[in-house]
Design a protein around this ligand. Structure first.
Ligand code: DGL
Length: 265
């Protein structure tokens, strides 16, 4: 790798704005790293696409990020990780960090041995998720629920609109009926509606997501490969979207909570 590798940025991508929930953890844990966030907004949601379609998109986005000179990539999307992580790691010669629904921590946290998983249909029907259940879901009852339409609400920035709340009620009610005391937010969009979900399911239910764990895993990888930035005091977070609708930029600004410029891919 070239000598200036350490101060190259880290690339993070998702089908849309959901991965910003992971980006926040990364920025907090690694404040001296430059970050580039790609929202594949034009092709969101991924949840109802085939693994092949998602893999194609991920290959294109990783190429884009490499052209922006990144030193590592975080796939801030459970659906994309399930569909494409193996192929991305075979194709690109830099660290690629993926993510999966927090079944293991949820199984450990549950007091009554019943956990619920909210995720996209794509994640739930993937071989990766089946393997995850095989490894960590054996000693608990796992109730899964695909959440069609919820990502679209969040992409529109409608975090507590009546339609969003109605979908949350619809999708959490089977988990509660089955007795889940712990619910996994298995899609990176859902942390943005965590408070609304908590209001609907009640304060006694534990909600778990993976953003912090992914940031720690990225940190470990950078450390192992001696890729931490050197001497950077002032860092940048750059946002890119291929949205044609136009409101993605505003939603990104609202979710990030800072004055940022959003570039067009
Ligand atoms: N944010 C994504 C995930 O973690 C994908 C949502 C979608 O595009 O359907 O699964």
């Amino acid at each position: 790798m070239p000598a200036n590798t350490n101060n190259q940025p880290i690339g993070i991508f998702d089908s849309g704005v959901g991965g910003i929930s992971v980006l926040k953890h990364i920025h907090a844990l690694l404040p001296h790293e430059d970050l580039i966030y790609l929202a594949d907004s034009k092709y969101a949601p991924y949840g109802n696409k085939t693994a092949q379609e998602i893999t194609q998109r991920c290959l294109i986005l990783c190429d884009d990020l490499l052209q922006k000179n990144v030193k590592a990539i975080v796939v801030a999307c459970n659906t994309a990780t399930a569909a494409a992580i193996d192929e991305l790691r075979e194709t690109f010669d830099i660290p690629i960090i993926g993510m999966e629904p927090a079944v293991k921590p949820a199984a450990e946290a549950s007091k009554n041995g019943v956990i619920g998983v909210l995720a996209t249909v794509g994640t739930l029907k993937s071989a990766q998720f089946a393997a995850l259940l095989e490894s960590y879901g054996r000693n608990v009852k796992v109730v899964t629920q695909g959440c069609v339409g919820l990502v679209e609400c969040i992409e529109r920035g409608e975090l507590d609109a009546p339609e969003t709340k109605a979908l949350i009620r619809l999708y959490t009610s089977p988990l509660l009926v089955d007795g889940a005391d712990t619910i996994v937010l298995g899609c990176t969009h859902y942390p943005f509606i965590k408070e609304v979900i908590q209001d609907v399911v009640g304060r006694e239910i534990t909600l778990i997501d993976t953003g912090a764990a992914v940031a720690k895993q990225l940190k470990r990888q950078l450390e192992e490969k001696s890729l931490f930035s050197v001497g950077q005091e002032k860092t940048e977070v750059n946002f890119w979207t291929n949205s044609e609708a136009g409101n993605a930029s505003q939603v990104i600004k609202n979710l990030w909570g800072n004055q940022v410029e959003v570039h067009r891919l």
